[in-house]
Write a protein of this length. Structure first.
Length: 65
């Protein structure tokens, strides 16, 4: 599931508040696959490089890997 949310953010260039919330919820409630963790690394890099913009206020940092 996380990999699909990340793929959407990478395609659109925007990480919605809803998607970010779902990612956080999934990280807290279930074991992650290697695919999910790789996707999160790609998303984190894309946000850091400015290729993906977050809708959420900047007061909340992206998930740490």
């Amino acid at each position: 599931m996380i990999d699909r949310l990340v793929k959407s953010a990478l395609q659109t260039g925007c990480l919605s508040v809803e998607s970010e919330g779902l990612i956080r919820q999934l990280l807290n409630t279930q074991l992650q696959t290697e695919t999910d963790l790789t996707a999160l690394q790609l998303l984190y890099s894309a946000v850091q490089q400015g290729r993906v913009q977050r809708e959420a206020p900047n007061s909340v940092a992206p998930p740490k890997l």
